[in-house]
Ligand binder design. Sequence first.
Ligand code: SF4
Length: 99
Amino acid sequence: MSVGHAPILPGVRKSQGEDDGVVPGAYGVGVTWKIEVSADRCMASGLCVATAPDRFAMDGAAAVPTAEEIEPDENVLDAAETCPALAIMVTENGRDLLA
Ligand code: SF4
């Protein structure tokens, strides 16, 4: 008997150890997240690029999102939570997903 994952509600993180990355449909159809990086705060550690290389890139002395609007991606939340400068903001319909 296989046991599936419980449904994930919008903005609700999965437990650590579960699958990471894009979770198609888990956050609802058509849900998008907005990613912003504060160039003033970013200390160019590159950690976000290492954590979510398809979502962040270095641009000079600061990281930038590769796209401002994305499908829900757990790796982006991981990158934001581990950013040493707290420079990454992730929102869904204006709601801060890291609050
Ligand atoms: S993890 Fe934070 S401080 Fe490091 S490059 Fe990314 S945004 Fe900048």
